[in-house]
Design a protein around this ligand. Structure first.
Ligand code: ATP
Ligand code: MG
Length: 553
């Protein structure tokens, strides 16, 4: 790829703003609501906001948009901080919209005093009825012209807890005939007698999104407030509030949210998957959450590269999940240690190999010399993959079959002499003889074979559980299908192999290291792994089997 990447539309705006002195330096923010774990869509927003801060020598705040007391929780706050750090970003300040409750309250009073807000006694239904439709103007609430003093008093009483939920609201006084429904006297405050995870019971009135978000941006002197396209109709109100309050001129810009195939990307839906037991937890490796992907073995670098690759668009689109896996393979190919593990073991006996002998054979750790080598124990009896054997070799079959020769990776060439089967027809052992002169690195046999297979020595292998994952949904866009999105869950998205064998070096495996099990894919140690029972997740296969499947159809 060329170094000269063209600017995305937000970068263009920022460069213009900096060039003509509108702002001296930029300040962006990532504003999650702590009501769930972050997903890959949030990663896009994080990479964008923090990336802009870094690129233009500015800064980025992490602001928890915690104005809804009911759904928010400290567990989510902690996970969000962990995820942003893991992705490789540092925030300038950790802030909470709830810390601005007092300031926001005073700003609301300012609006009332300016005659630009009023307390309304109508209930939600009445307000909706009077709001009109996009083609028909709304009607004024009977309380719209109530005296400023009266609204001030009622607002103070709302705060003091005199009214029940929904009994009164504070509304901006803008234009009931505006073509933009968000400008038809939008709600600024509602009453909610609920415990807040940070402010406790100090408040029973809570600002609405539109009154908290832009004002928080302004309080922090955010220059470029970046959000997703659905907030375009809110921008007029965002600007109106800032102008009428005469506060710092933050500006809102909208980009297309990330949508991906074969998954869902809404915290509400992801929460359902967790609470209804379709997955085990928020960090289940099948989840599109950052914590799930981390546990699955994704690297932060691969996610950042992916976000860079998809770019910043102004139109909604759907990104193929394979692109994310492509970025993942690209990174793991560079960083994963090469090891051997057998997922579906069958015994291979080298009949002419000395019974009690063990050799320590040298094998490469990575794609080139820089990764170094390790030794792997070799002996008379090995585990190999059942799928590497055929009773009757097909055309172009270069693996094990009676009479065929194959190289055992980093070891010898063997010739298959026969096999044994159980009465039920299941293969029980493959019998081979080895060519002593064919040792890897010192092969004087003069024999060349087309196939190389992986193996582990039975006497030295350690048992492991291996978890294989498939896409969580059977259809490309479960959220847009008829009926409930959960009807489209792929019931076979998790396959657990309990009788796998891996090479001894993996005794020292760590969750921080990525492994390529030769020919089988990329794997990582799962957090449930224990020293006496190793558990590995398959992060991704070596090739895109899925694409092949799709092409076959
Ligand atoms: P969800 O619908 O999943 O609950 P949200 O937008 O309500 O998402 P927030 O916590 O409010 O979640 O989002 C924090 C930031 O992340 C916002 O600026 C939001 O625009 C952005 N964001 C959320 N989802 C995506 C996505 N799919 N693609 C890009 N940005 C996103
Ligand atoms: Mg939200």
């Amino acid at each position: 790829m060329s170094e000269e990447k063209s600017l995305n539309f937000i970068e263009e705006i920022i460069e213009t703003d900096l060039a003509n002195g509108k702002y001296k330096t930029i300040l962006t923010r990532f504003p999650p609501e702590p009501n769930g774990y972050l997903h890959i869509g949030h990663a896009k927003s994080i990479c964008l906001n923090f990336g802009l801060g870094l690129k233009y020598g500015g800064k980025t705040n992490l602001r928890f948009d915690d104005t809804n007391p009911v759904k928010e929780d400290i567990e989510y706050v902690d996970s969000i901080k962990q995820d942003v750090h893991w992705l490789g970003f540092n925030w300038e300040k950790e802030l909470y919209a709830s810390d601005y409750f007092e300031q926001l309250y005073l700003l609301a009073i300012d609006l009332i005093k300016k005659g630009l807000a009023y307390v309304d006694d109508l209930d939600a239904e009445e307000i909706a009825t009077l709001k009109g439709t996009p083609t028909e103007p709304g009607k004024d609430s009977p309380n719209r012209n109530r005296l400023i003093e009266e609204s001030l008093l009622l607002f103070a009483e709302m705060k003091a807890g005199k009214y029940k939920d929904g009994e009164k609201v504070l509304r901006a006084k803008i234009d009931m005939a505006s073509p933009n429904m968000h400008m038809r006297d939008p709600l600024l405050y509602r009453i909610k007698h609920a415990h807040h995870h940070r402010t406790g019971d100090a408040w029973c009135i809570y600002p609405m999104y539109d009154f908290a978000h832009g004002q928080s941006d302004s309080i922090e002197n955010i220059t470029h407030s970046i959000c997703t396209l659905e907030f375009i109709p809110h921008r007029e109100l965002y600007d109106w509030l800032i102008e009428k309050l005469g506060i710092f001129p933050s500006q809102q810009f909208e980009f297309a949210r990330l949508n991906m195939t074969y998954t869902v990307m809404s915290k509400r839906k992801l929460l359902q998957l967790v609470t209804e037991g379709h997955v085990q937890s928020w960090d289940d490796p099948r989840m599109p959450t950052i914590s799930g992907m981390r546990r699955r073995g994704f690297t932060a670098e691969s996610i950042r590269n992916f976000c860079e690759k998809i770019g910043v668009a102004r139109r909604e689109n759907m990104i193929d999940f394979s692109l994310l896996e492509f970025c993942l393979r690209e990174d793991l190919n560079k960083s994963a240690l090469r090891v051997m593990g057998i997922l579906d073991p069958v015994k291979l006996i080298i009949t002419n190999y000395p019974d009690a002998q063990t050799e320590e054979l040298v094998s490469e750790n990575g794609p080139d010399e820089a990764y170094g080598t390790r030794t792997v124990s070799f002996s008379k009896e090995l585990w190999v993959e059942r799928e590497d054997f055929m009773e009757e070799a097909a055309k172009k079959w270069f693996r094990l079959a009676p009479g065929a020769m194959v190289r055992l990776k980093s070891a010898y060439i063997v010739k298959c002499d026969g096999f044994t089967k159980h009465v039920d027809g299941k293969l029980t052992a493959i019998h081979c003889s080895y060519i002593p002169e064919s040792k890897s690195g010192n092969d004087t046999s003069g024999i060349s074979v087309k196939g190389t297979i992986h193996w582990v020595s039975i006497a030295h292998a350690i048992p492991a559980e291996i978890r294989l994952y498939e896409r969580l949904f059977k259809v490309e866009n479960p959220a847009s299908e008829e009926g409930d999105f959960k009807e489209y869950i792929n019931e076979d998205s998790l396959k657990i192999i309990t009788n796998a064998w891996v090479e001894k070096s993996l005794e020292k495996a760590t969750t921080a290291t990525r492994y390529q099990f030769l020919r089988k894919g990329y794997f990582c140690l799962d957090k449930e792994s224990m020293s006496d029972k190793l558990v590995f997740n398959r992060t991704v296969t070596l090739k895109d089997a899925w694409l092949k499947e799709v092409k076959k159809r």
